[in-house]
Design a protein around this ligand. Structure first.
Ligand SMILES: [Zn+2]
Length: 243
């Protein structure tokens, strides 16, 4: 993919981040290299996954897959300096946009109080002809943008404050990696190896995918393309919103 508009530099004047995605491996397909850079700077970043990825391995039962993929995700997170990983109990593959999802995400945002929220591309495609983004990614991203606003409004989901003592919180940035409408980028030339290692921890998942790309080749290709447009060797691009 080519993009003519130069990317803006991703702001780094924040200290707390929360990454919210649908599946184990979503953050490892690009964002993890940037997360490695940011945790090295001393930023405190946590992960929240809506599902445990139980529909991801065709040859294994969902119960067995959950056990493997939760372990793999925790190792992937640790590789890039993230020690806090939470999972919600949404079902893999059938996440629906709706008030329950918005409320669960608003609750998480109020609980963690992140300045920056990170996620994966929620647009309909990946910027290439013939690509179609997964329903879980589309629905999660849309709900996340709305929940970032809900979290800041005391009159939306008032029970979060009244029953759970979760005060409103307004994140400054919501950013989606890999979006075809990316606006910002971050130099990960020193961190690409960490990002690759992070994806390689998803061994059981990758080994059971037909024709999965080599993590090192795939992530370096993506990051080199973004880097070409950003003016460095390797970069990760994000679509950034300021809700
Ligand atoms: Zn996914």
């Amino acid at each position: 993919m080519t993009q003519n508009t130069p990317f803006l530099t991703f702001p780094e004047n924040w200290t707390t981040g929360l990454a919210i995605v649908a599946h184990p491996d979503d953050l490892e397909y690009g964002a993890a290299s940037a997360i490695a850079r940011w945790t090295h700077q001393g930023k405190n970043i946590s992960y929240l996954l809506l599902t445990k990825g139980e529909a991801g391995i065709e040859t294994l039962s969902p119960e067995e897959t959950v056990r493997l993929r939760v372990e793999e995700e925790i190792r992937s997170a640790a590789e890039v300096g993230v020690t806090h990983v939470e999972f919600l109990d949404y079902s893999d593959g059938v996440i629906e946009y709706g008030l329950q999802l918005r409320k669960d995400l608003a609750r998480a945002i109020r609980r963690h109080r992140p300045e920056t929220i990170l996620s994966i591309n929620y647009r309909e495609n990946w910027g290439l002809p013939g690509t179609w983004n997964m329903a879980d990614h589309r629905n999660t991203g849309l709900a996340l943008l709305d929940a970032a606003r809900d979290a800041a409004n005391r009159w939306i989901f008032p029970e979060l404050q009244e029953k759970e003592q979760l005060a409103p919180w307004k994140p400054r940035i919501v950013a989606f990696s890999g979006s075809p409408q990316s606006t910002h980028a971050v130099d990960v030339s020193e961190w690409i190896e960490k990002g690759v290692a992070s994806l390689q921890h998803h061994k059981a998942y990758l080994d059971n995918l037909e024709d999965h790309p080599d993590p090192d080749f795939f992530l370096r290709s993506l990051a080199a393309d973004a880097g070409t447009h950003f003016g460095c060797e390797y970069a990760v691009k994000f679509e950034v919103f300021t809700p």
